[in-house]
Design a protein around this ligand. Structure first.
Ligand code: PRP
Ligand code: URA
Length: 208
């Protein structure tokens, strides 16, 4: 069974409140979503393997460390794009893949429309990012997609998760650890997370 880590840090929780607030304008929503993503990246990466190498300071030789694994960040389009910059700020060595999915509004089933991944995918540690884990359908499909393309070491990072979404991912992808900022109480009849923050993609891109 995979592990679900809730990143219960005061700065993260403060930003969750800003993102939840319906009066937060799109430009601030984008800024805060990237900021929170950068903070979450610290917890998501805390046990990444490092390797030592020697370097010269202006004064003498010393030993430094660098990340051992190739890293690939994969946002689920569209809303996941709102977290990429925050992750790239602290993981500039990462490559970025994309998977495009939207939820059919009637069936709530994910429909895929785009994908592109770096060649290093199968030997990389992959961070799949999406602000919302609602029914779990999109994350489940994206994880299957990534595995079919060769990914075998994946962590799922979302901002707001529902208990049902976590359950679906854990049942179908027990090898994938989940990181989120908050677990909300449930879903409404349209599959929206309650209390949630609304439609994340619309709020990132101003299409509400
Ligand atoms: C949102 C969100 C997730 C998905 C979560 O995307 O960004 O990808 O819904 O819902 P689920 O867990 O029930 O599958 P959406 O389908 O609205 O597309 P968008 O990002 O293009 O707005
Ligand atoms: N997708 C969103 O953007 N928000 C939700 O609450 C559920 C799915």
């Amino acid at each position: 069974m995979s592990h679900c880590t809730v990143i219960d840090h005061p700065l993260v929780q403060r930003d969750v409140a800003i993102l939840r607030d319906k009066n937060t304008p799109n430009h601030q929503f984008r800024t805060v979503l990237n900021r929170i993503a950068g903070m979450m990246a610290f917890e998501v990466t805390h046990n990444f393997a490092v390797e030592e190498f020697s370097l010269d300071t202006p004064l003498e030789k010393t030993i430094g460390v660098r990340l051992k694994d190739h890293i690939v960040i994969v946002p689920i389009l569209r809303a996941g794009l709102g977290m990429v910059e925050g992750f790239m700020n602290v993981l500039p060595e990462a490559k970025v893949g994309h998977v495009g999915l939207y939820r059919d509004e009637e069936t709530l089933e994910p429909v895929d429309y785009y994908s592109k991944f770096p060649r290093t995918l199968s030997k990389s540690l992959v961070l799949l990012i999406d602000p919302m884990l609602a029914t779990g359908g999109s994350a489940k499909a994206a994880l299957t997609f990534l595995k079919n393309k060769g990914a075998n070491n994946i962590r799922l990072v979302c901002l707001v998760a529902s208990p049902a979404g976590i359950k679906i991912v854990q049942k179908n992808h027990p090898d994938v650890d989940i990181f989120c900022a908050v677990v909300d109480r449930g879903l409404n009849n349209n599959g929206y997370i309650l209390p949630g923050l609304g439609d994340a993609g619309d709020r990132v891109f101003g299409t509400e």
